[in-house]
Design a protein around this ligand. Structure first.
Ligand code: 2BA
Length: 109
């Protein structure tokens, strides 16, 4: 058995959860925050048999869209005044960031 951990954008989650439920995947949805943008995203934990991993990943890929996000970061201070000047940066976020890990033991008690 494998645990698929998928970090997806909040905008894609409702559609993705619908696809997962329809295809009989069990998933746990966690609210998470990206370390770089410090904005909300969603982490899904999906336990699956090994032969379903590729199917699951392709369904996540189908739904997860890449988006350009602009955020404002302070420019490092220059000169003696030490004034921070905010400036915008564009980053491409997603589709999805996916980790697949082995599960040693899976039990529901
Ligand atoms: P964030 O950490 O908020 O990153 C958002 C986007 O910012 C990233 O998109 C990437 O395009 C850019 N980015 C991240 N770190 C950067 C850096 N040090 N310098 C320049 N640009 C940077 P994605 O790569 O699609 O990642 C989307 C979200 O997936 C991330 O949100 C984070 O929550 C998660 N993630 C990505 N890689 C990860 C990893 N290796 N381990 C854990 N979580 C990861």
């Amino acid at each position: 058995m494998k645990l698929v951990i998928a970090v997806v954008q909040d905008e894609d989650v409702n559609e993705l959860m619908g696809v997962l439920v329809k295809n009989r995947y069990s998933a746990t949805k966690l609210a998470s925050t990206g370390g770089f943008l410090r904005e909300g995203n969603t982490t899904l934990l999906v336990g699956v048999e090994e032969d379903k991993v590729e199917d699951l990943i392709s369904r996540i890929k189908d739904v997860s869209k890449s988006r350009k996000q602009t955020f404002t970061t302070p420019m490092p201070p220059t000169g003696s005044a030490g004034v921070f000047i905010p400036y915008p940066i564009d980053v491409m976020v997603g589709g999805a960031t996916i980790f697949v890990v082995d599960i040693d033991r899976f039990e529901k008690v």
